[in-house]
Design a protein around this ligand. Structure first.
Ligand code: PMP
Ligand code: GLN
Length: 380
């Protein structure tokens, strides 16, 4: 039968992690920490399993976890969400984003995304019959151009998917960006899906501009975060989203038939942990800023040129001083010949726009980053 996604191959994260494993390379490609979560977290999971939380969680998520999330966003963003009707726990941010798209996008609808674009958005739009419309984040700053976005909005625009801090660029939107988005979507039926999985990784004293801080936007937005990023547990695949009651009611119509509910003991463990250690999340910026700075120092003395990184755990680097290979080819070569795996970023743009840049993940022990640095300094 004809494919529903004819242009889609295997995700670059699988491709590069597999190549890294095959060649024993240091894997700075797919984004995940090489260190453990706080030991208290698995202890709490085991505790809740032993205590009997082994059957289905409530469809929307465990009440204690939704309460902890509501309290967190009230404290951090001054945003009041209804614990009953405004918060849903999901199987990763990937599922939250997929479900939001499935719940709202109808065949023929247009969805604006910003390229370079995280790789799960466009297939989700297409599987649901929508048409992706690409706004540009222009190299080297990866700033949005709000005049361009204004020109892309049509009566068919159903949704805009945003991502700040931004993967892969490490760019972070400012209050003025959120204000522009608010202005453009005011008095439209456009729904905003805000991928804020890196909300706690914003550096140099800047603050994360969540849609939740901006009441005009909040009322039309589904905000998505991920426990995977915040607690070093990407393998647990657990996340959540927040929305006004009416939007969340539609989201849950789809959610209940996509997964129904999410891993129960982990939800209870996360609820306890959020209460016990509320600062863990907010301390993350300092923790990762130190890693960013460490890795950038490692790149000094190499022929890679680090671009600015204001957020996320990704560092972009130009390699045009080393090679003129296309970035996909260069990333393979770097993995196979020099033992460091990275992500080529042209794969995140529909045009395949290639500025000879690769992405390194610095969510790693300093020893890992130092070992990678030593190899990278010999390249070229
Ligand atoms: N959005 C972005 C921008 C991401 O970087 C990631 C994880 N790499 C996700 C969504 C998916 O998060 P999760 O692992 O919770 O599904
Ligand atoms: N989001 C992670 C990254 O950007 C990977 C997640 C995945 O492998 N799907 O590297």
């Amino acid at each position: 039968p004809p494919s529903k996604l004819p242009a889609v191959g295997t995700t670059i994260f699988t491709v590069m992690s597999r190549l890294a494993a095959e060649h024993g390379a240091i894997n700075l490609s797919q984004g995940f920490p090489d260190f453990a979560p706080p030991t208290r977290l698995p202890e709490l999971v085991v505790h809740h399993m032993a205590a009997g939380a082994n059957q289905y969680a409530p469809m929307a998520g465990a009440a204690s976890l939704r309460e902890a999330i509501a309290q967190k966003v009230a404290t951090l963003y001054g945003a009041a969400y209804d614990v009953e009707g405004g918060i849903t726990v999901t199987a990763g941010a990937t599922q939250a984003i997929y479900t939001a798209i499935a719940a709202f996008v109808r065949p023929g609808d247009e969805v604006i995304v910003f390229a370079p674009v995280y790789d799960s958005y466009v297939p989700a739009i297409e599987l649901n019959g929508g048409h992706p419309v690409f706004a540009t984040l222009r190299h080297p700053d990866y700033r949005p151009d709000w005049d361009e976005v204004a020109a892309l909005i049509t009566p068919k625009t159903r949704m805009i998917v945003i991502n700040t801090p931004h993967n892969p660029s490490g760019a972070v939107w400012e209050a003025a960006d959120l204000a522009a988005l608010e202005r453009l979507t005011r008095e439209t039926g456009i729904i905003v899906v805000a991928d804020e999985v890196y909300e706690h990784m914003v550096y140099d004293g800047r603050r994360h501009e969540s849609v939740m801080r901006h009441p005009g936007l909040r009322q039309r937005s589904i905000a998505v975060s991920s426990f995977g990023k915040t607690y070093h547990i990407t393998g647990w695949k657990i996340a959540y989203c927040l929305a006004p009651r009416e939007l969340m009611a539609e989201f849950r119509k789809a959610h209940q038939y996509v997964v129904f509910a999410v891993n129960h003991p982990m939800q209870l463990a996360l609820a306890d942990f959020m209460r016990e250690q509320p600062r863990f999340a907010t301390d993350l910026a300092g923790f990762y800023q130190a890693k960013r700075d460490f890795f950038r120092r490692e790149l000094e003395g190499s022929r890679f040129v680090a671009l600015s990184c204001r957020g996320t755990y990704f560092q972009l680097a130009r390699y045009d001083g080393i090679s003129d290979m296309p970035d996909t080819e260069f990333a393979r070569w770097l993995t196979v010949e020099h033992g460091v795996a990275a992500i080529p970023i042209s794969v995140f743009s529909p045009s395949g726009e290639d500025h000879r840049i690769v992405r390194f993940c610095f969510a790693k022990h300093e020893e890992t980053l130092a070992a990678a640095g030593a190899r990278l300094r010999t390249v070229g």
